[in-house]
Design a protein around this ligand. Structure first.
Ligand SMILES: [Zn+2]
Length: 312
């Protein structure tokens, strides 16, 4: 059995999770910390490198060799590992995170967009193994996307590909953190669905803690809660129909914390898809849910690091 592991990190706006990942996808030593993105950059980076060191110490105690760090970060990350734009982690804007981790940890490092890491994790170890070309949509705090085309991760020229959450679905829609307005994310993310509920005129929002509470309400028959999810499903269907017509993919895989609410989104999503996509493109498009839960991003980032080290 191989003793080589990579430190896999999933760095988000509110949480940083990490684990040790072997080349065949075994995960051990899970841990997570809250990320304080309002602090200054030096403090933030110290927290991140301490977190990696902690995992490295855990690996040594388990008799494992750490080959480096693979990190999925919430933001547009260019192929050199520099964070170009991070609306939810703004202190990392234009920061060369990959180089920083390499220097500070004195080991190999790879930084990639978090949704792309998830797509690759699904392709290597999850539901994406069934496809050559598919889109992963991550539903959670935001709406992210990662494209696998012909068994390769498609990141675009400077790492900005796959931003499905920022395709416009409403011409005069809600303003978005990306600077545009009417983006899918504003209607189909956790916050977006809560806002749908509010704008439909429900007076129950104050009693609802989060989207999961709203999902409970919808499953118990509350018509406005159901319509809030229906609306999100319709917008998702609208965008997926466009993607199906553009790329004729084999599958769309739903990941992220809110993919557990997919049953509430699916009916209106499929209806919209049926109305808008070319029949031939829709009929062979499989809609599947992730079975890796929150491991996909960590697995994907670690796996990409192993690949890079192998091809050196
Ligand atoms: Zn946007």
């Amino acid at each position: 059995m191989t003793k080589a592991v990579a430190i896999g990190i999933d760095l988000g706006g509110t949480n940083c999770r990490g684990a040790l990942v072997s080349q065949n996808g075994q995960v051990s030593g899970w841990r997570s910390v809250e990320t304080d993105s309002t602090t200054d950059l030096a403090v933030f980076l110290k927290g991140l490198t301490d977190f990696c060191q902690e995992l490295r110490t855990a690996a040594i105690e388990m008799g494992l060799d750490v080959v480096g760090v693979g990190c999925g970060a919430a933001g547009v990350v260019d192929p050199s590992g520099q964070v170009r734009s991070a609306p939810n982690l703004q202190l990392l804007n234009n920061f060369d995170l990959q180089n920083h981790l390499q220097q500070e940890l004195d080991s190999a490092a790879l930084v990639i967009n978090d949704a792309n890491a998830i797509a690759w994790g699904e392709f290597r170890y999850g539901g994406g193994q069934a496809f050559d070309s598919f889109l992963t949509i991550t539903l959670g705090t935001g709406v992210g996307g990662g494209l696998i085309l012909h068994r390769q991760l498609w990141q675009g020229k400077c790492g900005g590909a796959g931003e499905i959450g920022h395709l416009a679905v409403e011409v005069e829609g809600r303003p978005c953190g990306c600077g545009s307005h009417g983006c899918l994310e504003q209607y189909a993310s956790g916050q977006g669905i809560l806002r749908n509920f509010q704008e439909l005129g429900s007076d129950k929002l104050g009693k609802i803690l989060d989207t999961f509470g709203l999902a409970d309400l919808a499953r118990h028959g509350d018509p406005l809660a159901q319509r809030a999810f229906d609306l999100a499903g319709r917008y998702l269907g609208q965008v997926i129909a466009g993607v199906a017509n553009l790329l004729n993919l084999e599958g769309v895989l739903f990941a992220g914390g809110l993919s557990g609410c997919f049953d509430l989104l699916q009916p209106s999503l499929e209806q919209e898809l049926a109305q808008r996509a070319f029949a031939v493109n829709r009929q062979q498009l499989h809609l599947v849910r992730s079975c890796l839960d929150d491991r996909a991003g960590i697995l994907g980032a670690a796996s990409l690091l192993f690949d890079r080290l192998e091809h050196r």
